[in-house]
Design a protein around this ligand. Sequence first.
Ligand code: UDX
Length: 447
Amino acid sequence: MKVTVFGIGYVGLVQAAVLASVGHDVMCVDIDANKIENLKKGIIPIYEPGLTPLVEETYQSGMLKFTTNPEEGVSHGQIQFIAVGTPPDEDGSADLKYVLAVAETIASYMDSPKVIIDKSTVPVGTADKVSAKVASVLASRKVDIDYDVVSNPEFLKEGAAVGDCMKPDRIVVGTENENSRKVMRELYAPFNRNHDRMIFMDVRSAELTKYAANCMLATKISFMNEMSNLAELLGADIEAVRHGIGSDSRIGYQFIYPGCGYGGSCFPKDVQALIRTANGIDYQPSILEAVEKVNYAQKQKLFENLNDYFDGDLAGKTVAVWGLSFKPKTDDMREASSIELMKALWKAGAKVQAYDPEAMEECQRIFGAQQGLDLVGTKESALKGADALVVCTEWSQFRAPDFDLIEAMLNHKVIVDGRNLYDPQLLKDRGFAYYGIGRGDSVKKAG
Ligand code: UDX
Protein backbone atom coordinates (compact mmCIF):
# COMPACT_ATOMS: atom_id res chain seq x y z
CA MET A 1 0.00 0.00 0.00
CA LYS A 2 1.10 3.58 -0.55
CA VAL A 3 1.57 5.39 2.72
CA THR A 4 2.69 8.92 3.60
CA VAL A 5 3.90 9.89 7.05
CA PHE A 6 3.99 13.57 8.03
CA GLY A 7 6.38 14.30 10.90
CA ILE A 8 9.55 12.28 11.24
CA GLY A 9 9.94 12.38 14.99
CA TYR A 10 10.04 9.39 17.24
CA VAL A 11 6.66 7.94 16.40
CA GLY A 12 6.65 8.88 12.71
CA LEU A 13 10.08 7.50 11.87
CA VAL A 14 9.63 4.22 13.72
CA GLN A 15 6.17 3.66 12.24
CA ALA A 16 7.35 4.54 8.73
CA ALA A 17 10.40 2.25 8.83
CA VAL A 18 8.41 -0.65 10.28
CA LEU A 19 5.66 -0.30 7.64
CA ALA A 20 8.29 -0.11 4.90
CA SER A 21 10.04 -3.21 6.27
CA VAL A 22 6.96 -5.35 5.61
CA GLY A 23 6.61 -4.11 2.03
CA HIS A 24 4.49 -0.97 2.15
CA ASP A 25 5.65 1.91 -0.04
CA VAL A 26 6.24 4.67 2.50
CA MET A 27 7.09 8.33 1.98
CA CYS A 28 8.21 10.43 4.94
CA VAL A 29 7.63 14.19 4.87
CA ASP A 30 9.25 16.67 7.21
CA ILE A 31 9.81 20.41 6.97
CA ASP A 32 13.29 20.04 8.47
CA ALA A 33 15.51 19.74 5.36
CA ASN A 34 18.58 19.02 7.44
CA LYS A 35 16.89 16.09 9.15
CA ILE A 36 15.74 14.67 5.79
CA GLU A 37 19.23 14.97 4.25
CA ASN A 38 20.75 13.24 7.28
CA LEU A 39 18.20 10.43 7.16
CA LYS A 40 19.08 9.80 3.52
CA LYS A 41 22.68 9.38 4.66
CA GLY A 42 21.62 6.99 7.41
CA ILE A 43 22.07 9.55 10.20
CA ILE A 44 19.19 9.02 12.62
CA PRO A 45 18.30 11.92 14.94
CA ILE A 46 17.46 9.69 17.92
CA TYR A 47 19.03 6.72 19.65
CA GLU A 48 16.68 3.77 19.42
CA PRO A 49 17.89 0.16 19.34
CA GLY A 50 17.43 -1.47 15.92
CA LEU A 51 16.18 1.66 14.19
CA THR A 52 19.30 2.66 12.25
CA PRO A 53 19.68 -0.64 10.35
CA LEU A 54 15.94 -0.74 9.67
CA VAL A 55 15.94 2.78 8.19
CA GLU A 56 19.07 2.03 6.14
CA GLU A 57 17.73 -1.25 4.80
CA THR A 58 14.30 0.11 3.85
CA TYR A 59 15.78 3.27 2.32
CA GLN A 60 18.23 1.19 0.24
CA SER A 61 15.43 -1.10 -0.94
CA GLY A 62 13.39 1.94 -2.01
CA MET A 63 10.41 1.16 0.24
CA LEU A 64 11.20 4.13 2.47
CA LYS A 65 11.48 7.55 0.87
CA PHE A 66 12.16 10.98 2.32
CA THR A 67 11.04 14.37 1.10
CA THR A 68 10.49 17.92 2.25
CA ASN A 69 7.96 18.49 -0.52
CA PRO A 70 4.44 18.28 0.96
CA GLU A 71 2.77 18.13 -2.46
CA GLU A 72 4.78 15.03 -3.35
CA GLY A 73 3.88 13.52 0.03
CA VAL A 74 0.16 14.14 -0.36
CA SER A 75 -0.01 12.71 -3.87
CA HIS A 76 1.99 9.61 -2.84
CA GLY A 77 -0.20 7.93 -0.23
CA GLN A 78 -3.76 6.73 -0.18
CA ILE A 79 -3.04 6.64 3.56
CA GLN A 80 -1.78 9.85 5.19
CA PHE A 81 -0.39 9.59 8.70
CA ILE A 82 -0.20 12.72 10.86
CA ALA A 83 2.65 12.05 13.31
CA VAL A 84 3.80 15.57 14.15
CA GLY A 85 4.40 16.76 17.70
CA THR A 86 1.76 18.07 20.09
CA PRO A 87 3.91 20.00 22.57
CA PRO A 88 2.26 21.18 25.77
CA ASP A 89 0.88 24.72 25.70
CA GLU A 90 1.73 27.13 28.50
CA ASP A 91 -1.12 25.62 30.55
CA GLY A 92 -0.23 21.98 29.82
CA SER A 93 -2.90 21.33 27.20
CA ALA A 94 -1.73 19.81 23.91
CA ASP A 95 -0.93 22.34 21.19
CA LEU A 96 -2.59 21.26 17.94
CA LYS A 97 -1.09 23.81 15.58
CA TYR A 98 1.23 21.34 13.85
CA VAL A 99 -1.48 18.69 13.52
CA LEU A 100 -3.91 21.18 11.98
CA ALA A 101 -1.22 22.59 9.69
CA VAL A 102 -0.65 19.09 8.25
CA ALA A 103 -4.44 18.65 7.86
CA GLU A 104 -4.47 21.89 5.88
CA THR A 105 -1.55 20.74 3.73
CA ILE A 106 -3.22 17.42 2.95
CA ALA A 107 -6.49 19.15 2.02
CA SER A 108 -4.70 21.73 -0.12
CA TYR A 109 -3.02 19.18 -2.38
CA MET A 110 -5.22 16.07 -2.36
CA ASP A 111 -6.82 15.08 -5.63
CA SER A 112 -7.90 11.54 -4.77
CA PRO A 113 -9.65 9.91 -1.76
CA LYS A 114 -7.53 9.71 1.41
CA VAL A 115 -7.64 7.96 4.73
CA ILE A 116 -6.08 10.47 7.15
CA ILE A 117 -4.73 8.93 10.34
CA ASP A 118 -4.08 10.78 13.59
CA LYS A 119 -1.05 9.02 15.04
CA SER A 120 0.05 11.87 17.29
CA THR A 121 -1.33 11.77 20.83
CA VAL A 122 -4.15 14.27 20.56
CA PRO A 123 -6.97 15.34 22.86
CA VAL A 124 -10.42 13.86 22.45
CA GLY A 125 -12.17 15.78 19.70
CA THR A 126 -9.08 16.40 17.57
CA ALA A 127 -10.18 14.10 14.74
CA ASP A 128 -13.32 16.23 14.45
CA LYS A 129 -11.15 19.35 14.23
CA VAL A 130 -8.90 17.76 11.60
CA SER A 131 -12.00 16.72 9.66
CA ALA A 132 -13.46 20.22 9.84
CA LYS A 133 -10.16 21.73 8.65
CA VAL A 134 -9.99 19.38 5.68
CA ALA A 135 -13.64 20.07 4.82
CA SER A 136 -13.14 23.83 4.89
CA VAL A 137 -10.05 23.73 2.68
CA LEU A 138 -11.75 21.41 0.18
CA ALA A 139 -14.77 23.72 0.16
CA SER A 140 -12.58 26.72 -0.53
CA ARG A 141 -10.94 24.78 -3.37
CA LYS A 142 -14.47 23.98 -4.57
CA VAL A 143 -13.70 20.28 -4.86
CA ASP A 144 -15.48 17.27 -3.39
CA ILE A 145 -13.10 14.41 -2.59
CA ASP A 146 -13.78 11.54 -0.17
CA TYR A 147 -11.76 11.42 3.02
CA ASP A 148 -12.03 10.01 6.51
CA VAL A 149 -10.10 10.92 9.66
CA VAL A 150 -9.12 7.90 11.74
CA SER A 151 -7.65 7.86 15.23
CA ASN A 152 -4.91 5.24 15.52
CA PRO A 153 -2.91 5.94 18.68
CA GLU A 154 0.61 4.69 19.18
CA PHE A 155 1.63 2.72 22.26
CA LEU A 156 5.36 2.23 21.67
CA LYS A 157 7.92 2.53 24.44
CA GLU A 158 11.19 4.35 23.89
CA GLY A 159 14.11 1.94 23.91
CA ALA A 160 11.81 -0.84 22.64
CA ALA A 161 10.02 1.13 19.93
CA VAL A 162 10.88 -1.06 16.93
CA GLY A 163 9.88 -4.27 18.73
CA ASP A 164 6.67 -2.69 20.07
CA CYS A 165 5.75 -1.53 16.58
CA MET A 166 6.56 -4.89 14.98
CA LYS A 167 4.67 -6.85 17.62
CA PRO A 168 1.98 -4.57 19.02
CA ASP A 169 -0.17 -5.75 21.94
CA ARG A 170 -3.11 -4.09 20.27
CA ILE A 171 -3.90 -1.91 17.28
CA VAL A 172 -6.58 0.58 18.26
CA VAL A 173 -8.51 2.04 15.35
CA GLY A 174 -11.15 4.70 15.84
CA THR A 175 -13.49 5.14 12.89
CA GLU A 176 -16.99 4.10 11.98
CA ASN A 177 -16.29 4.30 8.26
CA GLU A 178 -16.40 0.80 6.75
CA ASN A 179 -13.95 1.56 3.97
CA SER A 180 -11.39 3.00 6.42
CA ARG A 181 -11.71 -0.10 8.61
CA LYS A 182 -10.97 -2.26 5.56
CA VAL A 183 -7.97 -0.11 4.63
CA MET A 184 -6.60 -0.23 8.20
CA ARG A 185 -7.02 -4.00 8.34
CA GLU A 186 -5.02 -4.37 5.14
CA LEU A 187 -2.34 -1.92 6.29
CA TYR A 188 -1.75 -3.74 9.56
CA ALA A 189 -2.32 -7.30 8.29
CA PRO A 190 1.43 -8.15 8.54
CA PHE A 191 1.34 -7.30 12.27
CA ASN A 192 -1.93 -9.01 12.96
CA ARG A 193 -1.11 -12.64 12.44
CA ASN A 194 -1.85 -15.57 14.79
CA HIS A 195 -4.46 -13.68 16.76
CA ASP A 196 -6.50 -10.58 16.06
CA ARG A 197 -4.97 -7.54 17.69
CA MET A 198 -7.18 -4.99 15.99
CA ILE A 199 -9.69 -3.22 18.19
CA PHE A 200 -12.17 -1.07 16.31
CA MET A 201 -14.16 1.64 18.04
CA ASP A 202 -15.49 5.14 17.50
CA VAL A 203 -13.04 8.00 17.06
CA ARG A 204 -13.46 9.64 20.47
CA SER A 205 -13.07 6.38 22.34
CA ALA A 206 -9.82 5.68 20.47
CA GLU A 207 -8.53 9.15 21.33
CA LEU A 208 -9.37 8.66 25.00
CA THR A 209 -7.92 5.13 25.02
CA LYS A 210 -4.43 6.52 24.48
CA TYR A 211 -4.71 8.95 27.40
CA ALA A 212 -6.41 6.40 29.64
CA ALA A 213 -3.59 3.90 29.00
CA ASN A 214 -0.78 6.32 29.81
CA CYS A 215 -2.58 7.85 32.78
CA MET A 216 -3.30 4.38 34.20
CA LEU A 217 0.40 3.49 33.95
CA ALA A 218 1.43 6.81 35.50
CA THR A 219 -1.10 6.16 38.27
CA LYS A 220 0.47 2.78 39.04
CA ILE A 221 3.87 4.44 39.38
CA SER A 222 2.69 7.34 41.55
CA PHE A 223 0.72 4.90 43.70
CA MET A 224 3.85 2.85 44.30
CA ASN A 225 5.88 5.96 44.99
CA GLU A 226 3.33 7.00 47.58
CA MET A 227 3.55 3.52 49.13
CA SER A 228 7.33 3.83 49.14
CA ASN A 229 7.09 7.04 51.17
CA LEU A 230 4.81 5.28 53.64
CA ALA A 231 7.13 2.27 53.74
CA GLU A 232 10.05 4.51 54.58
CA LEU A 233 8.18 6.16 57.43
CA LEU A 234 6.74 2.91 58.73
CA GLY A 235 10.00 0.97 58.64
CA ALA A 236 8.89 -1.38 55.84
CA ASP A 237 10.76 -2.28 52.64
CA ILE A 238 8.85 -1.31 49.50
CA GLU A 239 10.73 -3.95 47.47
CA ALA A 240 9.24 -6.70 49.65
CA VAL A 241 5.84 -5.05 49.38
CA ARG A 242 6.18 -4.81 45.59
CA HIS A 243 6.89 -8.50 45.41
CA GLY A 244 4.03 -9.25 47.75
CA ILE A 245 1.40 -7.35 45.79
CA GLY A 246 2.73 -8.10 42.30
CA SER A 247 2.08 -11.79 42.81
CA ASP A 248 -1.64 -11.04 42.73
CA SER A 249 -2.36 -11.41 39.02
CA ARG A 250 -5.01 -8.69 39.25
CA ILE A 251 -2.21 -6.29 40.17
CA GLY A 252 0.72 -7.85 38.31
CA TYR A 253 4.43 -7.15 38.51
CA GLN A 254 4.69 -4.64 35.71
CA PHE A 255 4.90 -0.90 36.26
CA ILE A 256 4.96 -1.06 40.03
CA TYR A 257 8.61 -0.14 40.40
CA PRO A 258 9.09 2.71 42.84
CA GLY A 259 11.69 5.23 41.82
CA CYS A 260 12.62 8.89 41.54
CA GLY A 261 9.51 9.70 39.48
CA TYR A 262 8.37 9.09 35.93
CA GLY A 263 9.65 11.19 33.05
CA GLY A 264 9.76 10.98 29.28
CA SER A 265 7.79 12.47 26.46
CA CYS A 266 4.49 10.81 27.31
CA PHE A 267 3.45 10.36 30.91
CA PRO A 268 4.02 13.90 32.26
CA LYS A 269 2.58 15.51 29.13
CA ASP A 270 -0.41 13.20 28.81
CA VAL A 271 -1.42 13.36 32.47
CA GLN A 272 -1.31 17.15 32.28
CA ALA A 273 -3.19 17.27 29.01
CA LEU A 274 -6.00 15.07 30.31
CA ILE A 275 -6.27 17.24 33.41
CA ARG A 276 -6.63 20.30 31.14
CA THR A 277 -9.22 18.51 29.01
CA ALA A 278 -11.20 17.64 32.14
CA ASN A 279 -10.95 21.18 33.47
CA GLY A 280 -12.22 22.44 30.13
CA ILE A 281 -15.44 20.49 30.64
CA ASP A 282 -15.81 21.51 34.30
CA TYR A 283 -14.64 18.23 35.73
CA GLN A 284 -12.02 17.97 38.43
CA PRO A 285 -9.96 14.83 37.87
CA SER A 286 -8.83 14.21 41.47
CA ILE A 287 -6.86 11.05 40.76
CA LEU A 288 -4.92 12.57 37.86
CA GLU A 289 -4.11 15.65 39.92
CA ALA A 290 -2.78 13.47 42.72
CA VAL A 291 -0.72 11.39 40.26
CA GLU A 292 0.98 14.54 39.02
CA LYS A 293 1.51 15.97 42.49
CA VAL A 294 3.06 12.76 43.81
CA ASN A 295 5.36 12.57 40.80
CA TYR A 296 6.54 16.14 41.27
CA ALA A 297 7.34 15.48 44.92
CA GLN A 298 9.09 12.21 44.06
CA LYS A 299 11.46 13.98 41.68
CA GLN A 300 12.66 16.16 44.56
CA LYS A 301 13.61 13.14 46.70
CA LEU A 302 17.12 12.64 45.37
CA PHE A 303 18.06 16.17 46.30
CA GLU A 304 16.25 15.98 49.64
CA ASN A 305 18.21 12.86 50.54
CA LEU A 306 21.54 14.50 49.72
CA ASN A 307 20.49 17.55 51.63
CA ASP A 308 19.63 15.35 54.58
CA TYR A 309 23.00 13.64 54.52
CA PHE A 310 24.95 16.88 54.28
CA ASP A 311 22.71 18.68 56.80
CA GLY A 312 21.64 21.25 54.25
CA ASP A 313 25.18 22.24 53.39
CA LEU A 314 25.69 21.33 49.76
CA ALA A 315 27.56 24.47 48.73
CA GLY A 316 30.92 23.55 47.25
CA LYS A 317 30.13 19.82 47.21
CA THR A 318 30.61 17.73 44.08
CA VAL A 319 28.00 15.12 43.26
CA ALA A 320 28.57 12.21 40.88
CA VAL A 321 25.42 11.56 38.83
CA TRP A 322 25.00 8.20 37.10
CA GLY A 323 22.31 8.28 34.45
CA LEU A 324 20.78 11.33 32.79
CA SER A 325 18.15 9.88 30.45
CA PHE A 326 14.61 9.44 31.79
CA LYS A 327 15.04 5.68 31.49
CA PRO A 328 17.65 3.25 30.12
CA LYS A 329 18.25 2.51 26.43
CA THR A 330 17.42 6.00 25.28
CA ASP A 331 19.23 9.32 25.02
CA ASP A 332 15.99 11.17 25.77
CA MET A 333 16.16 13.49 28.77
CA ARG A 334 12.70 14.98 28.50
CA GLU A 335 11.24 15.41 31.99
CA ALA A 336 14.05 13.26 33.43
CA SER A 337 14.50 13.20 37.20
CA SER A 338 18.19 13.96 36.65
CA ILE A 339 17.22 17.45 35.46
CA GLU A 340 15.33 18.28 38.67
CA LEU A 341 18.24 16.94 40.71
CA MET A 342 20.93 18.87 38.84
CA LYS A 343 18.98 22.14 38.92
CA ALA A 344 18.45 21.80 42.68
CA LEU A 345 22.15 21.03 43.20
CA TRP A 346 23.28 24.04 41.19
CA LYS A 347 20.88 26.23 43.12
CA ALA A 348 22.39 24.95 46.36
CA GLY A 349 25.90 25.78 45.11
CA ALA A 350 26.98 22.19 44.39
CA LYS A 351 28.77 20.87 41.32
CA VAL A 352 27.76 17.89 39.17
CA GLN A 353 29.99 15.30 37.50
CA ALA A 354 27.67 13.32 35.27
CA TYR A 355 27.90 10.23 33.12
CA ASP A 356 25.30 8.52 30.95
CA PRO A 357 25.91 5.76 28.37
CA GLU A 358 23.84 7.55 25.66
CA ALA A 359 22.58 10.94 26.81
CA MET A 360 25.84 12.90 27.04
CA GLU A 361 25.30 14.83 23.82
CA GLU A 362 21.73 15.55 24.77
CA CYS A 363 22.83 16.87 28.15
CA GLN A 364 25.47 18.97 26.46
CA ARG A 365 22.80 20.36 24.13
CA ILE A 366 20.51 21.28 27.04
CA PHE A 367 23.01 22.38 29.70
CA GLY A 368 26.22 22.93 27.73
CA ALA A 369 26.69 26.48 29.02
CA GLN A 370 25.82 25.62 32.62
CA GLN A 371 28.42 26.41 35.27
CA GLY A 372 29.02 23.53 37.67
CA LEU A 373 28.43 20.75 35.17
CA ASP A 374 31.19 18.41 34.12
CA LEU A 375 30.19 15.71 31.65
CA VAL A 376 32.67 12.86 31.91
CA GLY A 377 33.41 9.84 29.74
CA THR A 378 33.01 6.94 32.19
CA LYS A 379 31.05 6.14 35.32
CA GLU A 380 34.33 5.84 37.22
CA SER A 381 35.56 9.30 36.24
CA ALA A 382 32.30 10.75 37.56
CA LEU A 383 33.39 9.56 41.03
CA LYS A 384 36.74 11.31 40.94
CA GLY A 385 36.89 13.79 43.80
CA ALA A 386 33.12 13.58 44.29
CA ASP A 387 31.45 13.79 47.68
CA ALA A 388 28.46 11.56 46.92
CA LEU A 389 27.00 9.28 44.25
CA VAL A 390 23.44 9.52 42.95
CA VAL A 391 21.95 6.94 40.56
CA CYS A 392 19.14 8.47 38.49
CA THR A 393 18.69 5.87 35.72
CA GLU A 394 18.84 2.09 35.95
CA TRP A 395 21.24 1.45 33.03
CA SER A 396 22.48 -2.16 33.32
CA GLN A 397 26.10 -1.05 33.63
CA PHE A 398 25.24 0.61 36.97
CA ARG A 399 23.73 -2.52 38.47
CA ALA A 400 26.84 -4.23 39.80
CA PRO A 401 29.48 -1.56 40.31
CA ASP A 402 32.82 -2.02 42.03
CA PHE A 403 31.93 -0.83 45.54
CA ASP A 404 35.58 -0.96 46.62
CA LEU A 405 36.35 1.56 43.92
CA ILE A 406 33.37 3.73 44.83
CA GLU A 407 34.49 3.68 48.44
CA ALA A 408 38.03 4.60 47.50
CA MET A 409 37.01 7.43 45.17
CA LEU A 410 34.21 9.19 47.07
CA ASN A 411 35.04 11.69 49.79
CA HIS A 412 31.98 10.58 51.74
CA LYS A 413 30.57 7.07 51.79
CA VAL A 414 27.08 7.98 50.63
CA ILE A 415 24.97 6.58 47.80
CA VAL A 416 21.54 7.90 46.82
CA ASP A 417 19.91 5.21 44.74
CA GLY A 418 16.88 6.54 42.85
CA ARG A 419 16.10 3.16 41.30
CA ASN A 420 16.65 0.68 44.13
CA LEU A 421 19.47 -1.06 42.30
CA TYR A 422 21.51 -1.98 45.34
CA ASP A 423 21.11 -4.15 48.40
CA PRO A 424 20.78 -1.90 51.47
CA GLN A 425 22.25 -4.53 53.77
CA LEU A 426 25.30 -5.02 51.60
CA LEU A 427 25.99 -1.32 51.61
CA LYS A 428 25.32 -1.06 55.33
CA ASP A 429 27.88 -3.82 55.94
CA ARG A 430 30.35 -1.82 53.92
CA GLY A 431 29.70 1.22 56.03
CA PHE A 432 27.91 3.29 53.41
CA ALA A 433 25.06 5.66 54.06
CA TYR A 434 22.47 4.39 51.62
CA TYR A 435 19.33 6.21 50.56
CA GLY A 436 17.07 4.01 48.46
CA ILE A 437 13.42 4.63 47.63
CA GLY A 438 11.08 3.32 50.32
CA ARG A 439 13.58 1.03 52.00
CA GLY A 440 12.55 1.07 55.62
CA ASP A 441 15.77 -0.64 56.49
CA SER A 442 17.76 2.01 54.70
CA VAL A 443 20.85 2.87 56.58
CA LYS A 444 20.83 6.59 56.14
CA LYS A 445 23.67 8.39 57.81
CA ALA A 446 24.99 5.14 59.32
CA GLY A 447 28.19 5.72 57.36
C1 UDX B 1 5.32 5.24 27.79
C2 UDX B 1 4.35 4.05 27.68
O1 UDX B 1 4.93 2.90 28.32
C3 UDX B 1 4.04 3.77 26.23
O2 UDX B 1 3.10 2.72 26.14
C4 UDX B 1 3.49 5.04 25.60
O3 UDX B 1 3.20 4.86 24.25
C5 UDX B 1 4.47 6.19 25.77
O4 UDX B 1 4.78 6.36 27.15
P1 UDX B 1 7.96 5.59 27.57
O5 UDX B 1 7.70 7.02 27.91
O6 UDX B 1 8.87 5.28 26.45
O7 UDX B 1 6.57 4.85 27.23
O8 UDX B 1 8.58 4.91 28.86
P2 UDX B 1 8.20 3.86 29.99
O9 UDX B 1 9.05 2.68 29.88
O10 UDX B 1 6.74 3.62 30.03
O11 UDX B 1 8.66 4.66 31.30
C6 UDX B 1 8.14 5.94 31.63
C7 UDX B 1 8.71 6.44 32.94
O12 UDX B 1 8.15 5.71 34.03
C8 UDX B 1 10.22 6.30 33.08
O13 UDX B 1 10.73 7.49 33.66
C9 UDX B 1 10.41 5.12 34.02
O14 UDX B 1 11.58 5.20 34.77
C10 UDX B 1 9.17 5.26 34.91
N1 UDX B 1 8.74 3.99 35.51
C11 UDX B 1 8.27 2.98 34.73
C12 UDX B 1 8.78 3.83 36.90
O15 UDX B 1 9.20 4.73 37.63
N2 UDX B 1 8.33 2.66 37.43
C13 UDX B 1 7.85 1.62 36.70
O16 UDX B 1 7.44 0.60 37.28
C14 UDX B 1 7.82 1.79 35.28
